[in-house]
Write a protein that binds this ligand. Structure first.
Ligand SMILES: [Cu+2]
Length: 179
Protein backbone atom coordinates (compact mmCIF):
# COMPACT_ATOMS: atom_id res chain seq x y z
CA UNK A 1 0.00 0.00 0.00
CA UNK A 2 1.54 3.30 -0.99
CA UNK A 3 0.93 6.73 0.50
CA UNK A 4 -1.69 7.64 -1.99
CA UNK A 5 -3.71 4.61 -1.16
CA UNK A 6 -3.57 5.41 2.53
CA UNK A 7 -4.86 8.87 1.82
CA UNK A 8 -7.71 7.46 -0.19
CA UNK A 9 -8.65 5.11 2.57
CA UNK A 10 -8.73 7.95 5.05
CA UNK A 11 -10.81 9.99 2.73
CA UNK A 12 -13.60 7.49 2.54
CA UNK A 13 -14.87 8.47 5.94
CA UNK A 14 -15.35 12.18 6.39
CA UNK A 15 -17.23 13.67 9.26
CA UNK A 16 -18.93 10.40 9.92
CA UNK A 17 -20.53 10.42 6.51
CA UNK A 18 -19.82 7.54 4.21
CA UNK A 19 -18.75 8.38 0.70
CA UNK A 20 -20.26 5.43 -1.06
CA UNK A 21 -18.75 5.04 -4.48
CA UNK A 22 -16.08 7.65 -4.01
CA UNK A 23 -13.41 4.99 -3.98
CA UNK A 24 -14.41 3.76 -7.37
CA UNK A 25 -14.39 7.24 -8.80
CA UNK A 26 -11.00 8.11 -7.37
CA UNK A 27 -9.58 4.80 -8.41
CA UNK A 28 -10.75 5.37 -11.93
CA UNK A 29 -9.05 8.71 -12.07
CA UNK A 30 -5.79 7.71 -10.50
CA UNK A 31 -5.66 4.42 -12.30
CA UNK A 32 -4.29 5.75 -15.59
CA UNK A 33 -1.39 7.31 -13.70
CA UNK A 34 -0.56 3.94 -12.25
CA UNK A 35 -0.88 4.92 -8.61
CA UNK A 36 -3.93 2.79 -7.99
CA UNK A 37 -3.04 -0.12 -10.17
CA UNK A 38 -2.83 -2.51 -7.25
CA UNK A 39 -6.44 -2.08 -6.25
CA UNK A 40 -8.62 -4.73 -7.77
CA UNK A 41 -12.24 -4.36 -8.62
CA UNK A 42 -13.05 -6.96 -6.03
CA UNK A 43 -11.32 -5.03 -3.28
CA UNK A 44 -13.23 -1.92 -4.13
CA UNK A 45 -16.54 -3.73 -4.34
CA UNK A 46 -15.88 -5.41 -1.04
CA UNK A 47 -15.08 -2.17 0.70
CA UNK A 48 -18.17 -0.52 -0.67
CA UNK A 49 -20.38 -3.43 0.22
CA UNK A 50 -19.17 -3.49 3.78
CA UNK A 51 -19.68 0.20 4.23
CA UNK A 52 -23.11 0.12 2.68
CA UNK A 53 -24.03 -2.63 5.05
CA UNK A 54 -22.91 -0.55 7.98
CA UNK A 55 -24.60 2.63 6.92
CA UNK A 56 -27.61 1.45 4.97
CA UNK A 57 -29.31 4.22 3.07
CA UNK A 58 -27.99 6.97 5.29
CA UNK A 59 -25.03 7.68 3.02
CA UNK A 60 -24.92 10.35 0.35
CA UNK A 61 -26.31 8.27 -2.43
CA UNK A 62 -29.98 9.01 -1.81
CA UNK A 63 -31.94 8.66 -5.05
CA UNK A 64 -33.17 11.82 -6.74
CA UNK A 65 -36.58 12.77 -8.12
CA UNK A 66 -37.82 10.21 -10.58
CA UNK A 67 -35.52 7.50 -9.28
CA UNK A 68 -36.75 4.46 -7.43
CA UNK A 69 -36.74 5.05 -3.72
CA UNK A 70 -36.73 8.83 -3.93
CA UNK A 71 -37.77 10.55 -0.72
CA UNK A 72 -37.89 14.34 -0.80
CA UNK A 73 -35.65 15.91 1.80
CA UNK A 74 -37.20 17.89 4.62
CA UNK A 75 -35.82 20.42 7.06
CA UNK A 76 -35.61 17.74 9.72
CA UNK A 77 -34.41 15.03 7.33
CA UNK A 78 -32.61 16.61 4.39
CA UNK A 79 -31.76 14.51 1.38
CA UNK A 80 -27.99 14.14 1.17
CA UNK A 81 -26.26 14.74 -2.13
CA UNK A 82 -22.55 14.19 -2.46
CA UNK A 83 -20.70 16.64 -4.69
CA UNK A 84 -17.10 16.12 -5.67
CA UNK A 85 -15.13 19.34 -6.09
CA UNK A 86 -12.15 18.74 -8.30
CA UNK A 87 -9.70 17.57 -9.26
CA UNK A 88 -9.28 20.65 -11.36
CA UNK A 89 -12.09 23.13 -11.77
CA UNK A 90 -14.96 20.72 -11.88
CA UNK A 91 -17.99 19.64 -9.89
CA UNK A 92 -19.42 16.19 -10.20
CA UNK A 93 -22.23 15.94 -10.71
CA UNK A 94 -22.49 19.23 -12.54
CA UNK A 95 -26.26 18.99 -12.83
CA UNK A 96 -28.37 18.15 -9.79
CA UNK A 97 -32.09 17.56 -9.80
CA UNK A 98 -34.20 18.47 -6.78
CA UNK A 99 -37.90 18.46 -6.08
CA UNK A 100 -39.42 21.86 -5.52
CA UNK A 101 -39.63 22.59 -1.82
CA UNK A 102 -37.23 19.94 -0.67
CA UNK A 103 -34.30 20.49 1.66
CA UNK A 104 -30.96 19.14 0.57
CA UNK A 105 -27.70 18.75 2.41
CA UNK A 106 -24.78 18.97 0.02
CA UNK A 107 -21.74 17.05 1.17
CA UNK A 108 -18.93 18.68 -0.76
CA UNK A 109 -15.63 16.86 -0.94
CA UNK A 110 -12.52 18.43 -2.39
CA UNK A 111 -10.82 15.72 -4.41
CA UNK A 112 -7.72 17.40 -5.75
CA UNK A 113 -4.99 19.62 -4.43
CA UNK A 114 -6.97 22.83 -4.68
CA UNK A 115 -9.01 24.60 -2.02
CA UNK A 116 -12.60 25.09 -3.12
CA UNK A 117 -15.80 26.78 -2.11
CA UNK A 118 -19.38 25.71 -2.63
CA UNK A 119 -22.09 28.32 -3.05
CA UNK A 120 -25.70 27.46 -3.79
CA UNK A 121 -28.78 29.59 -4.32
CA UNK A 122 -30.59 31.62 -6.95
CA UNK A 123 -28.66 31.40 -10.20
CA UNK A 124 -28.14 35.13 -10.57
CA UNK A 125 -26.82 35.50 -7.03
CA UNK A 126 -24.50 32.55 -7.48
CA UNK A 127 -23.21 33.83 -10.80
CA UNK A 128 -22.39 37.24 -9.35
CA UNK A 129 -21.08 35.94 -6.01
CA UNK A 130 -23.61 38.06 -4.16
CA UNK A 131 -22.75 38.48 -0.47
CA UNK A 132 -25.13 36.54 1.73
CA UNK A 133 -25.63 33.72 -0.72
CA UNK A 134 -25.19 30.45 1.21
CA UNK A 135 -21.75 28.94 0.87
CA UNK A 136 -19.05 26.93 2.55
CA UNK A 137 -15.45 27.94 1.95
CA UNK A 138 -11.91 26.68 2.46
CA UNK A 139 -12.64 23.07 1.57
CA UNK A 140 -9.13 21.62 1.50
CA UNK A 141 -7.82 18.48 -0.12
CA UNK A 142 -9.88 15.42 0.82
CA UNK A 143 -11.94 17.48 3.23
CA UNK A 144 -15.71 17.47 3.31
CA UNK A 145 -17.99 20.30 4.29
CA UNK A 146 -21.74 20.34 4.19
CA UNK A 147 -24.32 22.96 3.36
CA UNK A 148 -28.07 22.59 3.73
CA UNK A 149 -30.44 24.48 1.47
CA UNK A 150 -34.19 24.50 0.88
CA UNK A 151 -35.31 24.93 -2.72
CA UNK A 152 -38.58 26.65 -2.01
CA UNK A 153 -38.87 28.59 -5.24
CA UNK A 154 -39.19 27.74 -8.93
CA UNK A 155 -35.56 28.45 -9.69
CA UNK A 156 -33.39 28.79 -11.58
CA UNK A 157 -30.84 27.73 -9.01
CA UNK A 158 -27.16 27.08 -9.42
CA UNK A 159 -24.01 26.25 -7.49
CA UNK A 160 -20.46 27.43 -7.97
CA UNK A 161 -16.99 27.79 -6.56
CA UNK A 162 -15.79 31.35 -6.26
CA UNK A 163 -12.25 30.68 -5.20
CA UNK A 164 -10.12 33.04 -7.30
CA UNK A 165 -10.44 32.14 -10.99
CA UNK A 166 -12.30 28.90 -10.37
CA UNK A 167 -15.69 30.12 -11.53
CA UNK A 168 -14.15 31.60 -14.64
CA UNK A 169 -12.48 28.27 -15.30
CA UNK A 170 -15.89 26.62 -15.34
CA UNK A 171 -16.36 25.51 -11.75
CA UNK A 172 -20.13 25.79 -11.61
CA UNK A 173 -23.19 23.64 -11.83
CA UNK A 174 -26.91 23.69 -12.45
CA UNK A 175 -29.79 22.80 -10.17
CA UNK A 176 -32.88 21.50 -11.97
CA UNK A 177 -36.08 21.91 -9.98
CA UNK A 178 -38.94 19.56 -10.72
CA UNK A 179 -42.43 19.85 -9.28
CU1 LIG B 1 -12.90 25.68 -6.76
Amino acid sequence: MNGRLGLLGGGLMLGGVLLIGAGTLVGGELGPAGTMGNITAGMMAGARGGMMGAYGNAGPTAPGPGASGFVAGTVTAPRVIRVLAGPGYTFRPSTITVARGETVTFEVISMGGLVHEFMVGPADAVASDTPGTPEVADIGMMQAKSLTYTFDGPGPYAFACHAPRHYEAGMRGTIVVVS
